[in-house]
Design a protein around this ligand. Structure first.
Ligand code: ADE
Length: 234
């Protein structure tokens, strides 16, 4: 079973967010375990403080090393090894479907969610194995990025998706975006479902879907389209 440990100041936020829908079902079915560890529970400060002013001055507060390290150690001592530990930061390398597949091979993963202006560099050096960003924008904390990563990784853990939901034939699989989907009714607001999808002719349907995928990728993601062409030797 894959276990995600999340070091955070907002444990309810991540637990509430991850206990619904497919991920919630996977936790119930024991394909995944998700555990939030409240960094504040490990502070030695009698007021529960976990941050302080930055040396050298500057805006904002910095999360201190000690509570984070002790929260991390509480996990390591419990499980008996130091798992891959991800720090969520816009300075990290960009998360991707390939990375999701790679992380899904781990038994245990720790996510460290920062806040304020950052985290004391020394504890990062001590515990972090992977610096990951979810995109070129700045969020107020690492909780949403951790939830995004955990969702994407979980889908790649065997048993989490049913056969129908399986992650193998969809967007990013072979550098192509997924083709459009339609369901009943056959006509809605004057718009008809493409004829070929009603034909029952599987070869033609496959061909149409591939053409749609290629066109969509060329228009929306020229960067992916170039990778697709290279892969196809075109
Ligand atoms: N923390 C703040 N912004 C972030 C981002 N874009 N990715 C990962 N962690 C972050």
């Amino acid at each position: 079973m894959t276990t995600f440990y999340i070091l955070t100041l907002f444990p309810e936020m991540v637990m509430d967010g991850l206990n619904t829908s497919i991920i919630g079902r996977a936790v119930k079915n024991e394909h995944l375990r998700i555990e939030a560890v409240n960094i504040r529970d490990y502070t030695m400060n009698k007021h529960g403080k976990v941050d302080d002013y930055p040396y050298g001055g500057g805006a904002g507060m910095v999360m201190q090393a000690q509570p984070i390290y002790d929260a991390y150690q509480s996990i390591v001592e419990r499980i008996g090894h130091r798992p891959r530990t991800v720090y969520l930061t816009p300075k990290g390398s960009t998360f991707s479907q390939a990375k999701a597949r790679e992380f899904a091979l781990e038994e245990d993963l720790i996510f460290l969610c920062g806040h304020y202006e950052g985290v004391d560099e020394r504890v990062l050096e001590e515990i972090v194995t992977d610096y990951m960003s979810i995109g070129d924008y700045v969020l107020t904390g690492g909780e949403l990025p951790a939830m995004v990563m955990i969702d994407a990784i979980s889908r790649m853990v065997p048993g989490v998706l049913s056969n129908e939901e399986s992650g193998q034939t969809e967007t990013f699989h072979n550098y192509l975006l997924e083709y459009p989907q339609y369901s009943r009714p056959e006509e809605w607001m004057g718009k008809k479902v493409p004829e070929v999808l009603l034909s029952g002719h599987h070869k033609n349907i496959e061909k149409w879907r591939l053409e749609q995928s290629i066109q969509l990728t060329r228009e929306n993601r020229p960067d992916l389209y170039e990778l697709y062409k290279r892969q196809e030797g075109k």
